[in-house]
Design a protein around this ligand. Structure first.
Ligand SMILES: [Zn+2]
Length: 180
């Protein structure tokens, strides 16, 4: 049976106890953490950032997230909208150079549970690299350890992909800052 492409069914994170203790919105908290690597924040701009999914559908499964806490895409101001779109482009480019996928899925899940999203109050665009015949990567039965290791490796590869870009600098928290 062919699997449907359904990254929206993947819960955001269930890694450690301390992760579950985060109060409030994880998409607001994570970019503020001192260790960007540990937080899985790969790249950031003034208005948006890129977070690796801890339960990836495929290697490189990322989320582009505006810093502004809102679930309403239609209400984004022009600057945030543009920043989000430009960072989406940059993420696709970084994924391309880091992983050379055959294709990419990109999408928003708006409206909470009805759309299958796990965090409805803070919008995020899933970007998932695709390869022909990739539907069985990391089944839900995989060991958590294996997934964490894979995500750590992925972080380094994608980080290198961002660092190659124009206006990119390594920041002191371990991630990449993009100037735009
Ligand atoms: Zn938030």
């Amino acid at each position: 049976m062919d699997q449907l492409f359904a990254p929206w069914r993947i819960e955001w994170v269930e890694r450690d106890d301390d992760e579950r203790d985060i109060e409030g919105c994880p998409f607001c908290v994570l970019p503020e953490r001192e260790d960007a690597r540990e937080a899985r924040v790969v790249a950031e701009t003034e208005r948006a950032y890129v977070l690796l999914n801890n339960s990836p559908y495929n290697p490189g499964h990322s989320m582009v997230i505006p810093r502004e806490h809102t679930g309403a895409y239609t209400a984004l101001d022009e600057e945030t909208l543009l920043a989000h779109a430009r960072l989406t482009q940059r993420t696709m480019e970084a994924l391309e150079s880091a992983f050379d996928p055959d294709g990419v899925n990109a999408g928003l899940n708006l409206g909470g549970a009805a759309a299958g999203g796990s965090i409805a109050d803070h919008l995020h665009t899933h970007i998932v690299p695709r390869w022909r015949g990739d539907t069985n990567f990391m089944p839900v039965t995989a060991e958590t350890k294996v997934i964490v290791q894979a995500v750590e490796d992925t972080y380094e590869q994608l980080r290198a992909g961002f660092l190659d870009q124009e206006g990119a600098t390594a920041n002191d928290r371990g991630g990449v800052t993009l100037a735009f």
